[in-house]
Design a protein around this ligand. Structure first.
Ligand SMILES: [Zn+2]
Length: 135
């Protein structure tokens, strides 16, 4: 999968494609963020040092009827400028969400034509129930 496809299909820019894992009913696309693109989430300085990493995954727009997940090791950095220690921001999702912005738009689009119950039924395999309440 190309970086271009990551952007056009999933709205993910600034990350590199690593691998795809297939599992029952879906797939997980692993991406990575280049070390040189990391910056302090507090002051924006690029003078940061990785102190820890957190494995995270987000629900993404499905491919066909397969649920699709994005997986990323999110660094926690220590800023050499302002001394903050925080996880870096993820550009394709709102903080503390478990889905991408593109997935949120996808559900919002479905809700234009379907009831919440229809969307829930249609997307039951895609586990969209929580998101319907958020949109
Ligand atoms: Zn800083």
């Amino acid at each position: 999968m190309s970086t271009s496809l990551l952007y056009h299909a999933f709205g993910i820019r600034g990350y590199q494609y690593q691998s795809t894992r297939y599992h029952a009913g879906g797939m997980t696309i692993r991406i990575a963020q280049a070390r040189e693109s990391l910056c302090c989430p507090t002051c924006g300085s690029r003078e940061v040092r990785i102190v820890e990493r957190f494995e995270r995954r987000w629900r993404a727009v499905p491919i066909g009827s397969r649920e699709t997940w994005i997986e990323l090791s999110v660094p926690k950095v220590k800023c050499q400028t302002c001394f903050a220690r925080r996880r870096v921001r993820v550009s394709f999702s709102e903080p503390r969400r478990q889905h991408t912005r593109a997935f949120e738009r996808y559900v919002a689009e479905l809700l234009r034509f379907m009831t919440q119950q229809d969307v829930s039924r249609h997307e039951q395999a895609l586990n969209v129930g929580q998101l319907v309440e958020l949109v």
